[in-house]
Design a binder for this molecule. Structure first.
Ligand code: FAD
Ligand code: SF4
Length: 509
């Protein structure tokens, strides 16, 4: 009998493993403290994982597969993946163990060590989920210090024939960023969150009884994330119908009036493999082909770029640079993450809104993660380890391969520029241009210094100044150094002094 391990983010019903039930195969799925405790997770994240795993196990059983499912509070649960594999293999009389290749280095390493140490023959198969192999990005950019997403993305468009016409990009352009990225003023109503509601009270109370340390809020009667393939497909259809027609236009907008705006909320379903990336891409492309008047190319291309481009590219960066990537701290940042990241109790309106919606929904969209919380952490010189563990815990979709590359790489520039050619930093100007946050803030977005000056402003110039040696020669940043150098000397001094004051009292901001 073969024992096949299915991890919590491997719920891909289209995988060849699940084509036909066999009496010689038992699937093993497990909820373990090893996974609930490696970071302090949002309670919705753990509940969604376990609910999705339980539903997947039930589907397999309905299809006639043999399944051994270990709940977190089962007496015979050893709370550790290799220990459970050994004990269940012995209990079931298995003569072979197989697993799908994990997406995380940590688990990949652990399972490889297990395979080498166990007396049973072990085999690993691909999860069949991604559109690239682990090492494709590394091979494509071999010998280069910087990787270019745009080049990778164009290759992917050609290779998978996505939004292509006669070998050329549909509409004659690869990129519609110029048309996209507007501030949202409510001119089109935002569709809001999902209308999915799953009762996870049993899981929430099990987590409480077991003493699992979580963060954030949950309405356990009504979890709003897709936890079955049916729900994931329903969510995809809703997104395509109501939000995709406007996705690109407002993809970078932020608003106190809508935490979700026109985003898909599909990252959890994609990351646990309830949806295949290509089916999401094709669904978006087909809507444009069938109804180009309703689904403009800039909207659809903007969305497809995120999945066919960024998602696959980040995975490639991960496998090219782990495990060193997790240690990188190119800017030498070492401050502690302020406590308001866990409570949202801060006078900075942009930070308060972004953090409180993250605690409420386990969700913030890309620009909130990058240009509000990430921007602040980078300007304030927070230790990337602390930033990583916050992002890894709080978001519903946070799995290391995609969290760390976005956080340590894109957001914190801790990889020294592998992902981004310049750091994503901004003053209040950008936040005000893309949101309505500044209007309701106790700080003044126009001021650089003074008790009510927006902290982003002085911290921005302080960041540039303290990293002058590294960035002043960067053609994409030279202009900002010229702006600073042209400022009145007293203004420069007062701005840098103000930043020092804020840095000494980050907790009080
Ligand atoms: C600091 C930081 C941390 C992040 N951590 C994660 C994370 O842990 N897990 C995660 O899935 N995404 C992460 N992202 C990327 C992105 O913010 C989320 O994928 C997105 O916000 C999820 O919401 P959505 O499904 O509504 O996305 P949409 O805006 O609707 O985008 C559609 C899909 O594109 C993919 N996507 C979009 N941007 C990216 C990106 N930069 N990298 C990879 N995939 C992308 C996602 O699968 C997403 O579901 C992070 C971004 C930043 C800046
Ligand atoms: S004024 Fe500054 S702190 Fe306040 S919302 Fe705007 S950018 Fe954020």
């Amino acid at each position: 009998m073969t024992l096949r391990l299915v991890l919590g983010d491997q719920l891909h019903i289209g995988h060849p493993w699940f084509t036909r039930p066999s009496p010689d195969v038992t699937f093993l799925m497990m909820e373990v403290r090893q996974e609930t405790d490696y970071a302090r997770h949002h309670i919705q994240k753990i509940a969604a994982f376990f609910a999705a795993m339980r539903a997947f196990a039930a589907t397999l059983e309905e299809q006639g597969h043999r399944v051994r499912y270990l709940r977190l509070d089962d007496a015979d649960n050893r709370q550790d993946i290799p220990a459970n594999l050994s004990s269940i293999a012995a209990e079931a009389g298995a003569d072979r163990i197989e697993y799908m290749l994990p997406d995380e280095y940590r688990l990949d390493h652990q399972l490889r060590e297990f395979a080498e140490s166990t007396s049973l023959p072990c085999g690993a198969v691909d999860s069949g989920h991604f559109l690239t192999e682990r090492k494709d990005v590394e091979n494509m950019f071999a010998g280069k210090t910087q990787y270019l997403m745009e080049r990778f993305y164009r290759d992917m468009r050609r290779k998978h024939d996505v939004l292509m016409e006669n070998g050329e990009p549909a509409g004659g352009r690869w990129n519609y960023d110029r048309e996209n990225r507007k501030r949202w003023n409510g001119e089109v109503e935002a569709p809001g969150g999902t209308d999915l509601r799953t009762d996870v009270t049993d899981i929430a109370s099990m987590l409480r009884h077991s003493g699992v340390d979580t963060m954030g809020n949950i309405d356990a009667n009504a979890l709003a994330w897709p936890v079955t393939r049916g729900q994931a497909l329903q969510r995809l259809a809703q997104f395509i119908e109501h939000a995709l027609p406007h996705f690109g236009t407002w993809q970078d907008a932020m608003s106190t009036g809508s935490p979700f705006l026109f985003h898909s909320l599909l990252s959890f379903a994609l990351n646990v493999k309830l949806l295949h990336p290509m089916e999401v891409i094709r669904a978006a492309e087909d809507s444009w082909r069938n109804d180009p008047a309703r689904y403009g190319l800039p909207q659809v291309e903007g969305f497809i770029r995120q999945i066919l481009g960024w998602r696959e590219y980040m995975r490639g960066i991960y496998w090219a640079h782990m495990p060193e990537y997790a240690e990188m701290n190119a800017l030498g940042h070492d401050r502690a993450l302020p406590a308001f990241f866990w409570t949202a109790e801060t006078g900075m309106s942009c930070m308060r809104h972004t953090i409180s919606q993250s605690l409420e929904h386990a969700y913030a969209h890309h620009i909130q993660r990058l240009m509000v919380t990430g921007n602040f952490a980078l300007l304030a010189g927070i230790d990337p380890d602390e930033v990583d563990s916050w992002y890894l815990g709080i978001y519903i979709d946070a799995i290391e391969w995609v969290e760390i590359t976005n956080t340590r790489g894109m957001s914190q520039y801790a990889d020294g520029g592998i992902v981004g050619s310049k750091p994503y930093v901004s003053s209040a100007n950008y936040i005000n241009r893309m949101s309505d946050y500044c209007g309701g803030c106790r700080y003044d977005r126009k001021k650089r210094h003074g008790d009510d000056a927006c902290p982003f402003n002085s911290l921005y110039w302080h960041f540039l100044e303290r990293h002058r040696d590294r960035f002043s020669g960067n053609p994409r940043m030279a202009q900002m150094y010229r702006v600073f150098d042209r400022m009145d000397a007293e203004e420069r001094r007062a701005t840098l002094q103000q930043a020092e004051t804020w840095l000494a009292q980050l907790e009080a901001l």
